[in-house]
Design a protein around this ligand. Structure first.
Ligand SMILES: [Zn+2]
Length: 357
């Protein structure tokens, strides 16, 4: 209430028509104010030892306590407590050494299936489906020409759900495969697809996939769900052939919206486990053997699809603030397996950052 009143005082009613998800990017001065607010929060929040932290939290049946997986730091900086009303609640800590944000306690990997046992495929279809496919298309366009032509290229969609992306991939000519943890999603996907195939389980259990040699691996809104990201990424790296690339779409832990809304941030969903920023995703890729990385700033689907109702002046202000803060709400990452991949795609509009270990 007080915040709303302060907003009214500072900006009047000028931005009332701008959706909440875009307001922080277009109101003058707000980017700098939110960034200062974040620095203050992370400087002031107490840092505790893991033992002290464990004493303050109860551990659910499917949960475990973690150290930071990106750098090994055991100290914890408790920051957020997202909740979905009555249904769920968890704790998010920040690593005081590298800034990684993760749920702690986290979910034990062998119990991950519990989160997706029933009903998840219903969430993945319906209205969600059309928006998803638009988002896949916009993301591939942002990295053009890497995904323009699929002929004679092997593609693995990890966490393929009901096959919405595989459908686009087979249309583009990719020799496409998927894996997923939900058996009912896999069944639905295989009904939808004509040439592409999805499988239930882990990549190493499926001979067609374990054979490797992939040109492309995609992770659409999957990264935040992985309880053992280093193991998974070492596997992805080994499944990629020479010149291979890995595409990631995930929520951005450096989002200006997280800095503005804290525990109420839209990226803190029920099944998300870890939250990466451009900085921490680099660490993950470097430690698992990737040679380089490029980012495509995320301005939001309506802006990129050209369907937004924002006036042109505000659109350019939004774009500028996303770029200056590295703070779009989603993060789009293209990882290069080796020098051959960098050589093949790095010359165009993409800025490639080399990852040296
Ligand atoms: Zn860390």
């Amino acid at each position: 209430m007080v915040k709303r009143w302060l907003g009214r005082l500072a900006y009047g009613s000028r931005y009332d028509d701008v959706p909440w998800g875009q307001r922080v990017y277009v109101r003058p001065g707000e980017r700098l104010a939110r960034e200062a607010q974040w620095r203050l929060l992370t400087r002031r929040a107490p840092i505790v030892s893991r033992a002290a932290y464990e004493r303050t939290r109860s551990l659910g049946e499917i949960e475990e306590f973690l150290d930071c997986m990106m750098c090994g730091e055991s100290r914890q900086q408790p920051l957020f407590e997202p909740n979905g009303g009555k249904g769920w609640r968890y704790h998010v800590v920040r690593c005081p050494s590298c800034g990684f944000l993760y749920r702690n306690p986290n979910v034990r990997p062998e119990r991950l299936g519990d989160l997706y046992a029933t009903g998840y495929s219903n969430f993945l279809t319906g209205k969600y489906a059309a928006n998803r496919q638009r988002r896949y298309d916009l993301t591939m366009r942002a990295f053009s020409p890497v995904f323009d032509e699929g002929k004679e290229r092997r593609l693995l969609d990890f966490g393929s759900g009901v096959g919405l992306f595989l459908e686009l991939a087979e249309q583009r000519g990719f020799d496409a495969y998927g894996v997923d943890l939900s058996p009912e999603s896999v069944a639905q996907a295989n009904e939808r697809l004509s040439r592409a195939r999805t499988f239930f389980g882990a990549p190493q259990d499926v001979p067609e996939i374990a054979a490797g040699g992939f040109d492309v691996i995609t992770l659409w809104s999957v990264l935040a769900h992985l309880p053992r990201p280093l193991d998974d990424f070492r596997l992805f790296r080994s499944l990629l052939g020479p010149g291979g690339v890995l595409l990631i779409l995930t929520v951005n832990a450096n989002s200006l919206l997280l800095k503005a809304y804290g525990s109420q941030w839209s990226g803190f969903t029920k099944n998300h486990l870890m939250f990466y920023s451009p900085r921490t995703v680099r660490t993950l890729l470097r430690r698992t053997g990737f040679a380089g990385v490029a980012f495509a700033p995320h301005y939001g689907d309506t802006i990129e699809a050209g369907t937004t109702r924002l006036p042109a002046g505000l659109v350019s202000r939004l774009r500028r603030n996303v770029r200056l803060s590295d703070g779009g709400n989603m993060m789009r990452v293209l990882a290069f397996a080796d020098e051959e991949a960098i050589g093949r795609y790095g010359g165009g509009p993409l800025t490639v950052h080399r990852l040296t270990s």
